[in-house]
Design a protein around this ligand. Structure first.
Ligand code: F0G
Length: 462
């Protein structure tokens, strides 16, 4: 008898060679730890965390090929072989001429912002990212969000919520003048919008506008390989292209990028600034020796650059990306089945719980997303991260809270680290937290650091 056609599952394209034991704690221990950490998951010691979904940054498992590369570290102060390898790999895969390593993404953001921005400038971008915007502001610019409105709506099913609203961009250029816009800042899979991609078509249109006015485009390539996957899956005409080809096309529509290699590139530390602009390269070389290290190591050891070069190669393998995003989608679908409010469509690196709908009774001033991260930890030992009003910080001119429409708690999935069973346990813990939602009263902030407050802010229950 003919077998009915059945769905074929994907599986991870690797097997596990080294394991690290996980720690279980009691509810009492977690209650104490949470109070000591000021209800901020960033302040919890990781030894008291069971499944760590704080971030996908620097938390990936490296491959045996990357670890083998670590032994080939050329720890010369200048001109290390590993720098040459890294430079060749970035040129090949991202297509830019000049490469400057940095210790991580914000190191590259610092160099870019300081080199290109003059006080009083405006930097348009597809939604802010915390460190990116802060470096732009510290260099004297004002960040202007030109992402499409759908990005601010957790229920919108737009397939490319990372797109730039071309009218918003044109309006800004007309209002302030192209000479006040040093570059357009375009992120692949927009983190704060829920890991949402930008389409190839949209970037082409942004490029056309930028060229008309002579404005460069700098990509935040941190999760560009993940963005390429969504283009391959969703955008007509790209189904038969490889992730590597799509990334190369995206980069060809820009002048350079900043990169946090701690995400896509599967390393625990590292980043780079890349550009086709000789003048920017020269200026960034001047700055990197002041703030990071020589222009051929940028704050990294030779072995770190080798692991990064190899990680970049692995990050473009189609079966890797499919399994990586497949795992995020697996968790997302489990939560959707349970009617948990999450940001749709499911993004590339994380599931974002919609804390506004999770805790309908809590106003934004009582930090619903921060509260949810604390409650999930208390329930299960699972660590997540606030991406709402605490992360948004304050407007440097008015001192008022930025009030983002999105009030989210992020369950971020490290690459190649957890199994499907961990995703099941996570989904069950979120459901248990949801069932207790009405008992929860929210938080107030009792300590607020000056910059990037979410990292070290402290809270107390209301
Ligand atoms: N750009 C994006 C889109 C990021 O997500 C990050 C970091 C950075 C730049 C800065 O890179 O941390 O290497 O200095 N995101 C981490 C996160 C912190 O958890 O989302 P970095």
């Amino acid at each position: 008898m003919a077998r009915a056609i059945r769905k074929r599952s994907w599986a991870e394209p690797f097997k596990i060679k080294v394991v690290e034991p996980l720690q279980l704690t009691s509810r009492e221990e977690r209650q104490k730890a949470l109070a000591k950490a000021g209800y901020n998951t960033f302040l919890l010691p990781s030894r008291l965390v069971y499944i760590d979904l704080l971030t996908d940054s620097g938390t990936s498992a490296m491959s045996d090929w990357q670890w083998a590369g670590m032994m080939l570290g050329d720890e010369a102060y200048a001109g290390s072989r590993n720098f040459e390898h890294l430079q060749a790999v970035v040129r090949k895969h991202y297509g830019y001429k000049h490469v400057i390593p940095t210790h991580q993404g914000r190191g590259a953001e610092h160099l870019l912002s300081r080199s290109l921005i003059d006080p009083g400038d405006y930097v348009p971008g597809n939604m802010y990212f915390t460190t990116t915007r802060l470096h732009q502001e510290l260099a004297g610019a004002k960040f202007v969000d030109v992402i499409i409105d759908d990005a601010h709506d957790p229920k919108s099913q737009h397939p490319f919520k990372g797109n730039i609203d071309l009218d918003k961009l044109r309006t800004l250029i007309r209002k302030v003048g192209a000479e006040r816009i040093p570059y357009i800042s375009v992120a692949g899979t927009v983190n704060m919008a829920g890991g949402q991609p930008i389409s190839m078509q949209n970037l082409k249109e942004v490029r056309a506008i930028a060229q008309r006015y002579g404005i460069p485009i700098y990509l935040d390539a941190t999760r560009l390989a993940e963005n390429a996957y969504f283009i391959q899956q969703r955008e007509p005409g790209h189904q038969s292209k490889s992730i590597a080809e799509i990334v190369k096309s995206l980069c060809s529509l820009s002048d350079g990028c900043t990169m946090s290699a701690k995400k896509d590139s599967l390393v625990n530390i590292g980043g780079f600034l890349a550009t086709n602009d000789r003048k920017l390269h020269e200026e960034a070389c001047n700055l990197v020796v002041v703030y990071e290290g020589l222009h051929t190591y940028g704050g990294l050891a030779g072995r770190d650059m080798e692991a990064m070069a190899r990680g970049i190669v692995e990050s473009f393998q189609d079966d890797h990306i499919r399994a990586r995003i497949g795992q995020v989608e697996y968790l997302g679908h489990r939560l959707i089945e349970e009617k948990i409010p999450i940001v749709l469509p499911i993004g590339g690196h994380a599931i974002f719980l919609d804390a506004k709908r999770f805790y309908r009774h809590l106003p934004q001033d009582s930090f619903p997303a921060q509260t949810l991260a604390a409650e999930l930890y208390l329930e299960s030992g699972i660590r997540s991260m606030e991406r709402g009003i605490a992360s948004a910080g304050r407007n440097p001119e008015t001192g008022e809270h930025y009030r983002p429409r999105l009030e989210l708690t992020r369950l971020t999935i490290p690459r190649r680290v957890y199994t499907q069973a961990h995703m099941d346990v996570t989904a069950e813990a979120v459901c248990a937290t949801y069932d207790r939602r009405r008992e929860v009263k929210g938080l107030r902030m009792v300590y607020e650091p000056r910059y990037l407050r979410f990292f070290r802010a402290r809270f107390k229950p209301l």
